[in-house]
Ligand binder design. Structure first.
Ligand code: ADP
Length: 162
């Protein structure tokens, strides 16, 4: 079975991302989560923090056999470097489709050897986004249903009262 790469901002990783990783892990012999260095989104966590939190969250969730790396630049270069044949992304709702469609076609144009593969989220995570989690945490709300406890702790120390 092929190696797949799952790219994203992971700012921070949520149970939604973990759900997609778990589904992808069933289909591919190896999954590499690739945390993008400079997303346009002005991340809350540094690249190093996002990589570490992703590793901890996977450990907490009992997900083995997933490598976590980071990249800066073109995803297809990172995919090539890891010998991946597929790019994994998650779909929540219709609203994700347009962007994902555009990215998949751009990546295909850049590197036709990769196939983009999309996994549907679990229904109960269809509303879950890192941005929403950060907003709830910034107001002191409970995010324990959305992220593993290591991530919850990191959010509290980043956003909690000083
Ligand atoms: P990006 O900035 O590349 O969109 P994200 O970390 O926000 O990075 O998302 C990475 C991938 O994970 C995207 O394909 C996104 O649609 C998917 N994803 C994020 N949250 C969820 C969720 N709750 N359920 C399913 N997929 C999700």
């Amino acid at each position: 079975m092929a190696i797949a790469i799952y790219p994203g901002s992971f700012d921070p990783i949520t149970y939604g991302h973990i759900d997609i990783a778990r589904r992808a892990r069933k289909l591919f012999s190896k999954l590499v989560i690739a945390v993008v260095a400079n997303p346009h989104k002005n991340p809350l966590f540094t690249l190093e923090e996002r990589v570490l939190l992703t590793q901890e969250a996977l450990r907490e969730s009992g997900l083995n056999g997933i490598e976590v790396t980071s990249y800066d630049g073109l995803l297809v270069e990172c995919a090539r470097a890891h010998g991946a044949g597929a790019i994994v992304r998650g779909l929540r709702a219709n609203s994700d489709f347009e962007y994902e469609f555009q990215m998949a076609l751009a990546n295909r144009d850049l590197a036709p050897e990769f196939e983009s593969v999309f996994f549907m989220t679990a229904g109960n995570y269809s509303f879950l986004a890192s941005s929403m989690v950060k907003e709830v945490a910034s107001y002191g709300g409970n995010v324990s249903n959305f992220v593993p406890s290591s991530v919850e702790k990191a959010l509290r120390s980043k956003l909690g009262p000083k």
